[in-house]
Ligand binder design. Structure first.
Ligand code: F6R
Length: 252
């Protein structure tokens, strides 16, 4: 467990990404045991992989059930064909949905529509979240530029689900999945920062030294739209879960 760090947002530092992922998975296990119809907000990316692996392990050991839960992913690329293996829908299917008992009709991601249909799709997504009663427990990663979901620097604090243009850093980070930067979609739909802030509890995982600088800015700087994750300060129930490498620039 971590020493107490002087940060604007609560954080816990774990010896490894796996240790942090096990702690988050255990929190979710306990929450689901008390309230099986939890509404989850979920990310894709490298960061949540050990967390999803632990959920699968707990499910196989009959220690966790998502049979009554609902999930809303944060974001999806635009302009991909439905079923494209590089879509976040396909990624979630492979990494989690196909291996746990979350009912398929209660797993939600924005549809990878053409940009012209994005405004309508964004409204539909916001409405679905509202009809589900809002997100109870939201898990986030953080981009090297401080984005949460695909809310790039400059995204308004009050933003809702909408079409966004991806920044160069975000495109570079996705290049491997798409076989080169030139193939990465330039646009996506993301839950807004306002949408994310309405979740009742928010957990943010960040691992590795490449995240150390942005973690320091998000946790210790003035909240600013230039570092979207810093806007989580002031939420009633938010916590960052770090490993020693991503926490290395935080002073005690
Ligand atoms: C993904 C998402 C992004 C990622 C962030 C970190 O659904 O919303 O904000 O969480 O880009 O990505 P990784 O975990 O790959 O470093």
């Amino acid at each position: 467990m971590s020493p107490t760090l002087r940060t604007r947002i609560a954080c816990t530092v774990y010896p490894s990404p796996r240790a942090a992922a096990l702690a988050v998975a255990d929190e979710l296990r306990v929450r689901l045991a008390g309230y099986p119809s939890l509404v989850l907000g979920l990310p894709t990316g490298n960061t949540p992989v050990p967390f999803y692996q632990e959920l699968i392990r707990l499910h196989r050991a009959s220690l966790l059930s998502l049979a009554q839960a609902t999930s809303f992913n944060l974001d999806e690329y635009l302009g991909l064909a439905p079923g494209d293996p590089r879509s976040f829908r396909a990624w979630m299917q492979a990494q989690l949905f196909s291996q746990v008992d979350l009912p398929a009709n209660r797993t939600h991601l924005p549809d990878p529509v053409e940009p012209a249909a994005a405004a309508e799709e964004s409204r539909r997504y916001e409405l679905l979240i509202r009809e589900a009663g809002g997100v109870d427990w939201m898990l986030l990663g953080i981009g090297r530029n401080g984005h949460i979901g695909f809310n790039e620097p400059g995204s308004p604090r009050t933003s809702r689900t909408r079409l966004v243009e991806l920044e160069a850093k975000t495109i570079a980070d996705a290049a491997k999945t798409f076989g080169g930067e030139q193939h990465v979609p330039r646009r996506a739909i993301t839950m807004g920062i306002g949408t994310i802030l309405e979740a009742r509890a928010i957990r943010v995982m960040a691992f590795g030294s490449a995240k150390a600088e942005i973690v320091q800015r998000a946790l210790t700087g003035e909240p600013t739209e230039l570092v979207p994750a810093s806007l989580l300060a002031g939420h009633a129930d938010v916590r960052f879960l770090l490993d020693t490498e991503s926490a290395r620039l935080l002073s005690q």
